[in-house]
Ligand binder design. Structure first.
Ligand code: ADP
Ligand code: MG
Length: 255
């Protein structure tokens, strides 16, 4: 793949918890503007690897570089302002309305988001401005996750990290929100890393798919080359699932 200089670089990153090697010497460059999916079974180290970027996890050894800077040398609050983070258990504050939830990051940094900006962020996730005053308990799961995305974008991040962001959503909402995030990624010029255990989602949304197994990256391919059979056994076992489903659907349709 022809790519520019690395925007995000993992340099022999390793993370151990006692005897468990959660991330095993990962070396990887991610170009500015890439949309990368990180796929793998539960426990393969996806979340741990992602969290080394915003320093929720400190590597046992190795370095993570963002824009050429070692993240371990950056103050965590300043670093996290440059990074939007969306995680599965959304984590909205139940006692704060939508506007306050969206503005929490900038507020911690001493900035207040105006009503216009809140409206703009809601618009990005296809919710009308009237949602600003709602409480999280008054939202559906999909709406809450939209707020999670709006909150991640509130500080104008360069990098968007998403950890199984749509896992808990129904398929229709999940599909719509995935496409929305893909459009925002392009529109806002983001670099995006999305963890998912769903290979179909990875193939449809990402332009680069990494497969993780037992702490290591075992495949690094474009969706097209994965579909053409590349990437090795672990990757092909994951690709077989949506392929088999598509074949069965095609059979049903023609039969
Ligand atoms: P994934 O996100 O792919 O499901 P994780 O990165 O959460 O995997 O976990 C990778 C491995 O590291 C697992 O064996 C998990 O049990 C272990 N692990 C993750 N976080 C911790 C922690 N805080 N303490 C101990 N072990 C952990
Ligand atoms: Mg995880």
């Amino acid at each position: 793949m022809s790519e520019g200089p690395a925007f995000l670089r993992f340099d022999a990153v390793r993370k151990c918890y006692d005897a468990v090697v959660a991330v095993d010497t990962v070396t990887l460059d991610i170009a500015h503007g890439a949309f990368v999916a990180l796929v793998g079974a539960s426990g393969s180290g996806k979340s741990t690897l992602l969290k080394t970027v915003n320093r929720l996890v400190e590597p046992t050894s190795g370095r993570v570089l963002l824009g050429g800077e070692d993240v371990s040398g950056l103050p965590a609050p300043a670093l996290r302002r440059r990074i939007g983070y969306v995680f599965q258990s959304i984590g909205l504050f139940p006692h704060m309305d939508v506007a306050r939830n969206i503005g929490i990051g900038p507020r911690l940094a001493g900035a207040r988001l105006g009503q216009d900006r809140i409206g703009e962020l809601l618009d990005m996730v296809e919710l009308d401005a009237g949602y600003a005053g709602r409480m999280p308990s008054e939202l559906s799961g999909g709406q809450r996750q939209r707020i999670g995305v709006a909150r991640a974008l509130a500080g104008n991040p360069e990098l968007l990290l998403m950890d199984e962001p749509f896992g808990a959503l129904d398929p229709v909402t999940r599909d719509a929100l995935g496409e929305r995030v893909r459009a925002l990624h392009a529109h806002l010029g983001l670099t995006t890393v999305m963890v998912t255990h769903d290979m179909a989602e990875a193939l449809l949304l990402a332009d680069r798919v990494l497969v993780m197994e037992a702490g290591r990256i075992v495949a690094d391919e474009t969706p097209r080359s994965l579909l053409a059979g590349k990437g090795g056994d672990a990757a092909q076992q994951l690709v077989a699932v949506p392929r088999h489903q598509a074949e069965r659907l095609a059979e049903l349709e023609s039969g």
